[in-house]
Design a protein around this ligand. Structure first.
Ligand SMILES: Cc1ncc(COP(=O)(O)O)c(C=O)c1O
Length: 412
């Protein structure tokens, strides 16, 4: 960053500190990953200089011959990888992507049905403080007492409320989502089915989670979680008719010029995700999560649903006499970054809930394997059970640093 250093040493210094922070801590945040240097190069490219309102071949600005090729490649790669007929890669991120789907398919006041935030859903799935819960009549489904999606209860709620759109997909759910069953429920009431696979897109592409492609009318995904690309999003659907509506909702409905540097980086991440090595990566994410789940269980931790099928686990800390905030702080102290989270039926507040959400996408990118999960679980257990013991905390810090040095986020 020699140029940046010369022009703005303050920002250069802060970015350098953030780089060091990422190198010397382990992110267990399930929605984070480590994008490749190729993705970062595309993000920092001159594509950022160009205005391109519109779509390839139909722009409102001249000089888009090259950008058209970049965007068309990103679109084609997305369609091929996910097996959908139409793709839009312009949404600025996951929330605007979902917003565009609402705008395309619904009228204000229409009923939508999505997973409640405290049960593991996302804000944009109808939560009351979000546009989706304010502009639309949002009905929310949850999980059963063990934390599993209860498809019979979802089906009855749908019959009762007759939503125009059902949203499936989650932010904190550790089990396989049955997209076929959601399709049947949507069909029973003539609803659109939106599958928001932001969290599991990389697992879907990697063949370790079933794809919603045969069932969903629309699929949205962020590109920066398990898919390991830049911060961005893709909206996909199965018919040209829906595709036209979605394209119009993104531009001119919601956004102006697309972020072409992000589009280029999305194309790069899709190219990476189409390689056989990405399948190995996705498989390892799940193996690591399952290894971590069984090790933590052996250390006496209680997991919502008792385990995981995907990239994340939700730990209920109640039996350890800890809150999510205390656990997050204690782990942070030794360089393990995880996040507090509500658990189903949580009696505590979202600011200090009873759970901790742990994910393996980022550490798997670094190369940690199932064997390393034993070490990691041991560190987590020792820190959470001995928060006041400075020598145990010091040892844990060293062990985390050792893992970081063995598995650098970016080889120097
Ligand atoms: C399921 C789901 N959908 C949408 C989003 C929103 O993505 P963004 O934060 O990029 O707006 C998230 C982010 O965590 C998510 O988990």
């Amino acid at each position: 960053m020699s140029l940046l250093n010369a022009i703005d040493p303050v920002i250069a210094g802060l970015l350098s500190k953030e780089y060091e922070r990422q190198q010397h801590t382990l992110s267990l945040i399930p929605s984070e990953n480590i994008a490749s240097e190729a993705v970062l190069e595309a993000l920092g490219s001159v594509a950022s200089n160009k205005y391109s309102e519109g779509y390839a071949g139909k722009r409102y600005y001249g000089g888009n011959e090259i950008i058209d090729q970049i965007e068309s490649l990103a679109v084609e790669r997305a369609k091929t990888l996910f097996g959908m007929e139409h793709a839009n890669v312009q949404a600025y991120s996951g929330s605007p992507a979902n917003q565009a789907v609402y705008l395309a398919l619904l009228q204000p006041g229409d009923t939508v049905m999505g997973m409640a935030l405290p049960a593991g859903g996302h804000l944009t799935h109808g939560w009351k403080v979000n546009f989706s819960g304010k502009i639309y009549k949002a009905v929310q489904y949850g999980v059963d007492e063990k934390g599993f999606l209860d498809y019979d209860a979802i089906a009855s709620l749908a019959l009762q409320e007759k939503p125009k759109m059902i949203i499936c997909g989650a932010t904190a759910y550790s089990r396989v989502i049955d997209f076929k069953r959601f399709r049947e429920i949507a069909d029973s009431v003539g609803a659109y089915l939106l599958a928001d696979i932001s969290h599991i897109a990389g697992l879907v592409v990697g063949g370790v989670h079933p794809s919603p492609a045969p069932y969903a009318d629309v699929i949205t995904t962020t590109t920066h979680k398990t898919l390991r690309g830049p911060r961005g999003a893709i909206i996909m659907c199965r018919t040209t008719e829906l595709g036209t509506k979605i394209d119009k909702a993104i531009f001119p409905g919601l956004q102006g010029g697309p972020h072409n540097q992000t589009t280029a980086a999305i194309a790069v991440c899709l190219e990476e995700a189409s390689q056989p090595s990405f399948q190995t990566y996705a498989k390892q994410i799940v193996e690591n999560a399952q290894a971590l789940a069984s090790e933590l269980t052996a250390h006496g931790f209680s997991l919502v649903t008792g385990g995981t099928d995907n990239h994340l686990l939700l730990v209920d800390l109640t039996n350890k006499g800890l809150t999510g905030q205390q656990a997050e702080d204690a782990l942070n102290e030794v360089g393990i970054i995880a996040n507090k989270n509500m658990i189903p039926g949580d009696p505590r507040s979202p600011f200090d809930p009873s759970g901790l959400r742990i994910g393996t996408p980022s550490i798997t990118t670094r190369g940690l394997n199932s064997e390393d999960m034993k070490t990691l679980a041991k560190i987590i257990a020792s820190v959470l059970e001995n928060r006041e013991d400075s020598s145990i905390i010091a040892t844990a810090k060293k062990q985390v640093l050792d893992l970081c040095n063995r598995y650098p986020a970016y080889p120097r």
